[in-house]
Design a protein around this ligand. Structure first.
Ligand code: SF4
Ligand code: SF4
Length: 199
């Protein structure tokens, strides 16, 4: 019988543990990652709203890091599918900073050009631009900017749904900036400084 992805990774771990990749990812993560504390309990995947769309659950991805599976880990769509909801972080019994590790893996994948969906890094960059500008996501701008650039035909197909959401007030035409934007900018600048220090 063929092995499931998690069995495959664990079989490799049994013979071939190589902590160099895990340590590298941990070092590159701003603050403390606690990646080495992962006990493979699976609570993260169990609480993740995006798990169904991920190539690997966070648990499997972290086992891959422990097994030194660089290529597979950086090509995984998991960090790109992560919506930064922090559910997993709240439930992790080991206080692993899972969401921060996802950001680190995205950064590494971009630098090493290891991603399957060529529009994913651009989408991520657009999202970050909006958060830096307004302090929150601005869905209408995000969708229009992304689709116009990468898939204008898809934009036409989804326009009706967008208009419906606008009519129902579930989408805003104009971005609004959060209160305390100065403080958020200071936090983001500090985070960038810390990230540079880890490179
Ligand atoms: S919840 Fe925490 S300890 Fe459990 S598998 Fe996920 S990262 Fe590891
Ligand atoms: S932060 Fe990411 S990995 Fe964690 S539960 Fe949310 S979507 Fe899943």
């Amino acid at each position: 019988m063929s092995k499931t992805p998690v069995e495959h990774v664990h079989a490799r771990l049994d013979h071939d543990e190589d902590l160099s990749l895990l340590n590298e990812v941990s070092m590159k993560t701003a603050g403390v990652s606690r990646l080495e504390m992962c006990i493979q309990c699976g609570s993260c995947g169990g609480s993740c709203p995006s798990e169904m769309d991920m190539d690997h659950t966070p648990r499997t991805l972290f086992a891959m890091l422990r097994a030194g599976m660089r290529e597979e880990a950086l090509l995984s769509n998991t960090p790109w599918i992560c919506v930064s909801c922090y559910h997993c972080v709240v439930r992790c019994p080991q206080n692993v900073h899972i969401t921060d590790v996802m950001y680190t893996l995205k950064g590494m994948a971009i630098r090493e050009k290891k991603y399957r969906d060529s529009t994913a890094p651009d989408f991520s960059e657009t999202f970050v631009d909006m958060v830096e500008k307004y302090g929150r996501s601005y869905e209408f701008g995000l969708a229009t900017r992304h689709y116009l650039k990468h898939s204008p035909l898809r934009m036409i197909r989804t326009a009706a749904m967008g208009l419906d959401m606008l009519k129902k007030g579930r989408l805003s035409m104009k971005p609004t900036t959060i209160e305390g934007m100065d403080q958020l900018t200071a936090i983001l600048n500090k985070a960038k400084e810390m990230e540079l220090a880890h490179e």
